[in-house]
Design a protein around this ligand. Structure first.
Ligand SMILES: [Zn+2]
Length: 234
């Protein structure tokens, strides 16, 4: 890390567990209790959208209440010091930005805003939550009556092309990839550490569980991300 001048962080759900957000892919998580509504299903019926939004009504209050933890703040500090050139994240919780990080590439979009699928008008997710709570269970755009959906990438929805390109650029130009809290199982996001490795970057992994690419990392830590990051910066 001392030698590196272009660090890129690649983060997954594990970096946010210390902020109180459980990995919703984990057992007992939201995805165990709700059927996944694909993008096509969301578009196709009122009933599917009510189902989709009822899951969000459980998910979003936790996201709005969550605060960044030391791992998020350490990454923001590395950027401020000019060592870190960007963060590629699989997370939709907005915690990197809340910690002060400027260059954040969100591969799966964000749950902190929602947009009209027709006219692209955008709202803070809080505004949409208020409409849901008031009984509007399938909110539509007041301007054009288009469907409103959080700005996340749903199953069946294509990955954001600009973010994918930026992530590819960042991963192929870094000299150190710092992977924090990803199982590296979700495609196509999991290819970015490989891109970095193939471009000659060293890799540090901070993750509790085994990943398919552990053998490519120079160092692997299994302790808490906040603890490891504070120790590394110190
Ligand atoms: Zn609209």
């Amino acid at each position: 890390m001392q030698d590196a001048s272009k660090i890129v962080a690649f983060t997954g759900a594990g970096i946010s567990t210390e902020s109180g957000l459980s990995d919703f892919r984990s057992k007992g998580g939201l995805w165990d209790r709700y059927r996944i509504v694909t993008f096509q299903e969301f578009l196709s019926s009122h009933g599917n959208r009510i189902e989709y939004w009822s899951m969000r009504r459980e998910l979003i209050p936790g996201l709005l209440a969550a605060r960044p933890n030391p791992a998020h703040y350490c990454l923001a500090r590395l950027e401020e010091e000019g060592k870190l050139s960007g963060i590629i994240t699989q997370n939709i919780d907005g915690l990197h930005q809340a910690a002060g990080s400027q260059r954040v590439i969100e591969l799966h979009g964000t749950n902190m805003t929602a947009s009209c699928l027709d006219c692209n008008r955008q709202w803070p997710i809080y505004d949409i939550m208020q409409r849901l709570t008031a009984g509007d269970l399938d909110p539509h755009c007041e301007q054009c009556s288009g469907l409103i959906k959080p700005d996340t990438v749903s199953f069946g929805q294509s990955m954001p092309a600009v973010a994918m390109e930026q992530a590819y650029q960042a991963a192929s130009c870094c000299d150190l990839l710092l992977m924090i809290g990803s199982s590296l199982e979700v495609q196509p996001a999991n290819r970015f550490p490989l891109v970095a490795h193939q471009s000659g970057a060293r890799m540090i992994f901070i993750n509790r569980n085994v990943t398919p690419y552990d053998h490519l990392a120079s160092v692997k830590f299994t302790e808490s991300a906040g603890q490891v990051m504070r120790a590394l910066l110190a």
